[in-house]
Write a protein that binds this ligand. Sequence first.
Ligand code: FE
Ligand code: FE
Ligand code: FE
Length: 167
Amino acid sequence: MADKTLDTLFHDGLRDIYYAERKILKALPKMARAAQSEKLRAAFEKHRDETEGQVERLTQVFESIGKPARGKTCPAIDGIIEEGEEILDEFKGAPALDAGLVAAAQAVEHYEMARYRTLSAWAKQLGNDEAMKLLEQTLAEETATDEALTSMAGATITAAGQQAKAA
Ligand code: FE
Ligand code: FE
Ligand code: FE
């Protein structure tokens, strides 16, 4: 176990988020199709395109440590996405669907932000500036996405509440 150093942890973490990003890439189009609000749909579509770039950035980070880009099952993202799919199924066509989709998407972004924050700190510690910059670029996109979702959350909650009163 003495050989398990920060490099090992960094490589493991990269594999985790690489797996997660590829799962997210598949989940976002489903969320976009389900969204009732045009703004929310557009936000999911935009982030799907960004996510493609994030996967590409991760392959560059793998290259920077001389490892092949390979994922490792992340049970956390599997669970978060499964919860999102439950919302898709259970709230299909319901007034509260968009509010649920925003919540599901924010859980994804928060997981990503936690991972990228840690990975960029580890890259810095390891003296891998190239990796640090790439990871920080993605962190900035995840943070901006989270903020965009927050700005939409209010309207979706109001919509869900008003329709509930009218019902
Ligand atoms: Fe991402
Ligand atoms: Fe994970
Ligand atoms: Fe994201």
